[in-house]
Write a protein that binds this ligand. Structure first.
Ligand SMILES: [Zn+2]
Length: 127
């Protein structure tokens, strides 16, 4: 089963990507684009003499603006549906348990018949 992406893991991934991207840009800025040689300490290339102009930092697109992502909304809906399902099952189980309680059986024919007798004598005449 695939891992469930949460908002937290998404944020962690973005943080790591930023960090990695930062390291890459550091590395890139220390090497001449044309010659691929390390720049000297003053930022100029020993081969072509060009100096690198540091690029403005690119702001990555924000995933979260306080609003939950589509994935988080779906997960929230799923949790609500699941909780409702559990509640429903709980109620069903309770209903079943109640139904399983011993029920009072109707009186048998013999019991009903003996109500008409007192000391073996018929006291009420039925049709
Ligand atoms: Zn160069």
């Amino acid at each position: 089963m695939a891992a469930v992406e949460t908002g937290a893991s998404e944020r962690r991934l973005i943080r790591l990507t930023r960090k990695l991207s930062g390291r890459l840009s550091e590395l890139r800025e220390s090497v001449c684009e044309a010659d691929g040689v390390p720049l000297s300490t003053d930022g100029t290339c020993k081969v072509c003499g060009r100096s690198r102009v540091p690029e403005p930092e690119v702001e990555l697109e924000r995933v979260h603006d306080g609003e939950p992502t589509e994935q988080e909304r779906l997960q929230q809906k799923f949790r609500q549906r699941y909780a409702a399902l559990l509640h429903e099952r709980e109620l069903e189980a309770q209903a079943r348990a109640k139904a399983a309680e011993p029920v009072k059986l109707p009186k048998s024919r013999g019991e009903r018949a003996s109500e008409f007798l007192r000391g073996g004598q018929l006291v009420v005449r039925g049709d």
